[in-house]
Design a protein around this ligand. Structure first.
Ligand SMILES: Cc1ncc(C[n+]2csc(CCOP(=O)(O)OP(=O)(O)O)c2C)c(N)n1
Ligand SMILES: [Mg+2]
Length: 579
């Protein structure tokens, strides 16, 4: 019985003169049929020819220097396009290199499919030591939303369809697709092959919230004296920008954008509470979360940051299990953000009473005070630069070029840039996300340039940049409009630590006075060493005008940063006396 079932699956051997297709071509056809026309990856056995054929067929195949960077590129492509970003790797080590990015995509709710070639099942399962032997499917499973393996050419269509649906429907995430080497060469009748492909219809169906849930949420909002809306990257992902703006404006509620939701409404919008964050968290009485989770980034919705005043939470999210994850949610609204926000707007009707204006004025006042306090620091022309002087320059440049995409990672470089650089359009700020992971920089920059065609400004700590630095060659090879600015303070957090015990350098410092700009020149890009804000301004503007691959080594005072940027409080402390 089992034997018969297996036999049935094996394609009938071709007859002479019959038109044939094979695994290589079916995978390409299945991707194209579903509008997946960009692949980020690294070639090698067993996917080298597949990459060549995909490129020859018109798919854009971007070859990276390391799979992790290709994976981060695919992850952010998913965020930007709402289609799964595709990462392609070889077996075992290539697969593992891509896996961090797949887990990152899942944690951040970005749709992505990691496609890895794998070794012979018979040998892997008997652990007989095949080339790059690894049970990849089992390893991927706990780290992604779903994992599938395709063994037969005629199942390629279904396999990809399942992968696409799993990645984009409901809460998006990472999916693993295991393609054993043998599959690529499997031959079958061309017409039957075409018929086996699946064009996924309505891959991420709208999930409409229940009218009672919407009414309950509005009831809670109506009773608020000091309401707050928090926009998360789920709201940015939804591409429901007009509806979200309408909801915020109609409600007259101050809004706080999480890092990657900045720009959904401009940071300069009169209701933006970004520069009054601690005030609104503490003093608000009703908080409406839209596509934002109450994880560590929001101090779990409780404790000192949230103050003592009693609070009610409304949460709008596609994932029902997100509700009550950290604190009680009195009004859960479950559905996709676009449908939920539209339903809320409709139910508010024409006679909605805006939030009390004294609250909004109190928030605006606080925000103006904080902005004014910061302003002089951003105008300093110190050399070497401090973070504020350098970021003041970049802040103006982004204001003048609001359609550029800002990629940002580091510790001080991240935390200070997040606060200082205003964002004016949706999905223009891409950063380390939920895990605060270092290494997204060049992968994100490459995918942002490829997917949007817009210039990219990557603001990188010198340590952060190191995780993906070799991809500057990729940027030069594909001639991408990416300007990398490295905040070079000689190390992690600071470049001033000393090791008292031996001649080895301290654990957080790098070679002093490094010239990262020379790396770019090695591959034909433009390299600039900028030692003061004026030089930095000129160099970034030239890069953005020319759209040429550019790397600017921005020399930052090694003593300017603080330990772990803004999250030093998360470091465990030894109770023993320091020796
Ligand atoms: C994958 C990963 N490894 C390590 C870390 C720990 N980490 C946090 S920030 C950081 C680098 C901070 O230095 P830099 O990028 O130079 O920024 P700076 O504070 O100096 O501006 C590191 C290594 C991390 N977040 N992610
Ligand atoms: Mg640094």
């Amino acid at each position: 019985m089992a034997d018969a079932a297996v036999k049935e699956k094996v394609a009938t051997p071709p007859e002479a003169g019959q038109e044939l297709t094979d695994g290589f071509h079916l995978i390409i056809d299945a991707l194209k049929l579903n509008g997946l026309t960009t692949i980020y990856g690294v070639p090698g056995i067993p996917i080298t020819d597949f990459g060549r054929m995909a490129q020859a067929s018109g798919i854009r195949v971007l070859s990276f220097r390391h799979e992790q960077n290709a994976g981060y590129a695919a992850a952010i492509a998913g965020f930007l396009t709402k289609k799964p970003g595709i990462c392609l790797t070889v077996s075992a080590p290539g697969f593992l290199n891509g896996l961090t990015a797949l887990a990152h995509a899942t944690t951040n709710c970005f749709p992505m499919i990691l496609i890895s070639g794998s070794s012979e099942r018979e040998i892997v399962d008997l652990q007989q030591g095949d080339y790059e032997e690894m049970d990849q499917l089992a390893i991927a499973k706990p780290l992604c939303k779903a994992a599938f393996r395709v063994l037969h050419a005629q199942d390629i269509g279904i396999g990809l369809a399942r992968a696409i649906r799993a990645a984009v429907s409901g809460r998006p995430g990472g999916v693993y697709l295991d393609l054993p080497a043998k599959l690529f060469g499997q031959v079958m009748d061309a017409a039957a092959g075409q018929k086996s492909l699946v064009k996924v219809i309505d891959a991420a169906p709208a999930q409409i919230p229940a009218p009672e849930a919407v009414a309950r949420a509005l009831e809670v909002l109506k009773g608020a004296k000091r309401p707050l809306i928090i926009l998360g990257k789920g709201a940015a992902y939804a591409q429901a920008d007009d509806a979200i703006r309408a909801l915020v404006e109609k409600s007259a509620v101050p809004f706080l954008p999480m890092s990657m939701a900045k720009g959904l409404l401009p940071d300069t919008h009169p209701q933006c509470a970004g520069a009054a964050r601690s005030t609104v968290l503490k003093d608000s009485d009703v908080v409406m979360l839209i596509g934002a989770r109450l994880n560590w980034l929001l101090s779990h919705g409780k404790g000192k940051a949230w103050g003592d005043a009693p609070k009610k939470f409304i949460q709008v999210d596609i994932e029902p299990r997100e509700m009550d994850s950290n604190v009680e949610i009195v009004a859960p609204v479950v559905g996709d953000i676009g449908s939920c926000v539209k339903a809320l707007l409709d139910a508010m009707g024409a006679k909605w009473t805006p939030a009390p204006s004294d609250w909004l004025s109190a928030v605006s006042k606080k925000r103006e005070e904080n902005v004014a306090k910061m302003a002089p620091r951003l105008m300093n022309n110190n050399s070497p630069m401090d973070y504020h002087g350098a970021l003041g320059v970049l802040r103006t440049i982004v204001k003048e070029r609001p359609d550029a995409i800002l990629v940002n990672e580091g510790a001080n470089t991240l935390d200070l840039a997040r606060g200082i650089i205003d964002v004016y359009q949706p999905r223009k700020r891409l950063d380390v996300g939920t895990w605060g992971v270092m290494g997204i920089g060049m992968g994100y920059a490459i995918a942002a340039a490829i997917e949007t065609g817009k210039p990219v400004l990557a603001v990188e700590g010198d340590s952060a940049f190191g995780f993906s630095g070799m991809e500057v060659e990729t940027i030069c090879r594909y001639k991408l409009p990416v300007c990398v600015v490295i905040f070079n303070n000689d190390g992690i957090y600071r470049g001033t630590d000393l090791n008292a015990a031996s001649a080895d350098p301290a654990t957080t410092v790098f070679v002093k006075g490094s010239r990262y700009d020379k790396m770019m020149e090695a591959f034909g890009g433009v390299g600039v060493n900028a030692t003061n804000p004026d030089e930095l301004r000129r160099a970034v503007n030239a890069a953005m005008d020319s759209m040429k691959p550019t790397l600017i080594n921005a020399v930052i005072d090694p003593g300017a940063g603080s330990e772990s940027g803004r999250i030093g409080n998360l470091n465990p402390q030894s109770k023993l006396k320091k020796k």
